[in-house]
Ligand binder design. Structure first.
Ligand code: G4P
Length: 531
């Protein structure tokens, strides 16, 4: 019976998917570990190049001149590779100057995250912001402490920081032998065996590993081994052991140590992804019913990228497959409008490379070209109708008033602003005081403003001017509080177009608290709520 066979096959394909993203602060080694992971695994298809900074090996996509000048990739896309019998999807989380709402949104499309820390720096600001999104969405997190080949902090101190600052209990899987800077290898806490690493020049190939019994390790590494054993005893006493249930509930995190640049510990990370990271789970629809992974095809758009290819003026919608088998050419339904949507031009992409994709399964990401009818958060499905909850909006930290340089272009200006809002390029806020001609753009990263201005000019023929506002904090508020905040210096309340939410903006956290203290009854809620 083909139907039943297909259903089973889809379930099996879903079970061998691992879809994750790396959350880190710039320079912790995300590009390096991505390259190292790809080296251990077999990259599927041609699109294997990994994006990196200008001048390094890799692909730098070229959809905007701005991007080329800066040598960064604005495109969030996916690297797909095979490891053992698994298909691993690593979704890119743009950092550096291109940190934006897109970076957060990628986390709506993954089943797990790898938190990458620099051993000398521990938790850094961008990692903390991304972690908060993981926490709100209850995404299980695996921690990789990187750069162990050079001087850093004590491993126990790093674990303590994770537990104290973000209330996530570390449960190390491996433990380093040798202090940071004098790294010999790692002990697998489950077996007690040590894996000794030998450097290969530049980390260009997988590290040479040697398995040692505890006796062999003690003989070879003496005091360093002894110290690792003592630290392991201490960990054993505190019961910091991996527990799959608490990991899945996102209250504990398995921890690994390594040096991505030398390829140390990267295979161990892949092993943990394979054995512990969750496969795609049923996604709950707006009615609260989970849609099993082997239900008919369904997916949602988590990113829209316009004009990736200047020559074609195209628009690509990135869809995370949640259930069923996707095959190129199938006609699916756009849940929002009920209209059919043809998928002739489905692609898989990473950076500037594209290739046609023929089929995809839960956990995979497909790029739909010329998908102008689709918006962020839209559901596509086959078979009976299904809709997934809208994607959350994330907390903006940068604000600017946008005006058309020439008032006669207002109609196009308004259309362009609506389009950028629908695509999630920026959040658009309005108030009666400022009027429609001067909307306030809100962004997670300032680069989103530059993209908005460049696109309004290039695609809508509307030159615009930005006036940066001094606000840095945003909270959700209500109509009564809006009244109370009227005319208060260093504060302003605006309405978000996307969902009608009232956002109170403040120039600083300190000022926000002092305003709230002096006006009891003003409601200020965090914008990022757990769903
Ligand atoms: P990012 O994508 O997170 O921003 O970081 P990226 O991989 O670009 O790494 C940032 C810097 O840290 C790079 O050095 C990289 O070589 C280095 N790095 C990454 N992993 C390790 C590690 O395990 N050990 C050590 N010692 N360094 C590491 P760079 O000087 O900025 O670039 P490059 O000239 O080395 O390529």
């Amino acid at each position: 019976m083909p139907g039943a066979a297909t259903t089973t096959a889809v379930g099996a394909e879903a079970a061998r998917r691992r879809t994750f993203a790396v959350i880190s602060h710039p320079d912790a080694g995300k590009s390096t570990i991505t390259e190292a992971l790809a080296l251990h695994a077999r990259v599927i298809g041609e699109a294997g190049a990994v994006h990196g900074k200008a001048g390094r090996r890799g692909v730098v996509s070229d959809w905007m001149a701005m991007e080329q000048q800066r040598g960064i990739s604005i495109t969030s896309a996916v690297l797909q590779f095979a490891y053992r019998d698994l298909v691993v999807n690593l979704l890119d989380t743009p950092g550096h100057a291109d940190f934006s709402e897109d970076t957060y949104r990628v986390l709506t499309a993954v089943d797990c995250a790898v938190m990458l820390l620099d051993a000398a720096k521990g938790l850094e600001p961008q990692t903390l912001k991304l972690f908060e999104v993981c926490r709100a969405r209850r995404i299980p997190v695996i921690t990789f402490i990187n750069k162990w080949d050079r001087p850093g902090r004590e491993p126990l101190a790093l674990l303590d920081e994770i537990e104290q600052r973000i209330n996530l209990r570390p449960t190390p899987i491996t433990w380093p032998v040798g202090t940071a800077g004098h790294f010999h290898g790692v002990v697998d806490r489950r077996t007690g065996e040590m894996t000794a690493f030998q450097r290969t020049p530049g980390g260009a190939t997988a590290a040479v590993e040697e398995q040692l019994t505890p006796a062999e390790a003690a003989h070879r590494y003496g005091g360093d081994w002894q110290r690792a054993v003592e630290e392991l005893d201490l960990l054993g006493l505190t019961g910091a052991d991996h527990d799959q249930d608490t990991f899945m509930a996102a209250t504990t995190t398995p921890v690994l140590f390594g040096a991505a640049v030398a390829n140390f510990g990267v295979r161990q990370l892949l092993e943990v992804l394979a054995s512990h990271a969750p496969a795609p789970q049923p996604r709950v629809d707006t009615g609260g019913t989970p849609r099993g992974v082997d239900a008919p095809f369904a997916g949602f758009v988590f990113k829209i990228q316009a004009n990736m290819n200047k020559a074609h003026r195209d628009q690509v919608a990135f869809v995370r497959v949640c259930s069923g088998r996707f095959s190129r050419g199938m006609t699916v339904t756009h849940a929002g409008t009920g209209r059919p949507f043809a998928t002739k031009y489905a692609q898989q992409m990473f950076g500037a490379s594209r290739e046609t994709i023929d089929e995809a399964y839960p956990g995979d990401v497909i790029g739909l070209v010329n998908a102008t009818a689709l918006g962020i958060g839209d559901t596509l499905h086959d078979g009976p109708a299904v809709a997934f909850p809208p994607l959350p909006s994330f907390t903006p930290e940068h604000f600017a008033v946008l005006r058309a340089a020439d008032i006669s272009t207002f109609k196009r200006f308004r259309r362009g602003v609506e389009q950028l809002d629908a695509e999630g390029v920026v959040q658009v806020l309005r108030s009666d005081r400022r009027g429609d001609q001067a909307p306030v753009l809100a962004a997670v990263g300032p680069m989103q403003f530059e993209v908005a201005v460049a696109r309004l000019d290039a695609e809508f023929g509307v030159p615009t001017q930005l006036e940066h506002l001094p606000y840095r904090e945003a909270r959700r508020t209500d109509a009564a509080s809006q009244e109370r905040l009227l005319g208060v210096p260093d504060a302003e309340v605006l309405t978000r177009l996307r969902d009608g939410a009232l956002l109170a903006l403040f120039t600083s956290g300190w000022r926000m608290r002092s305003i709230a203290d002096s006006r009891p009854g003003v409601t200020l809620e965090p914008l990022l709520a757990a769903d």
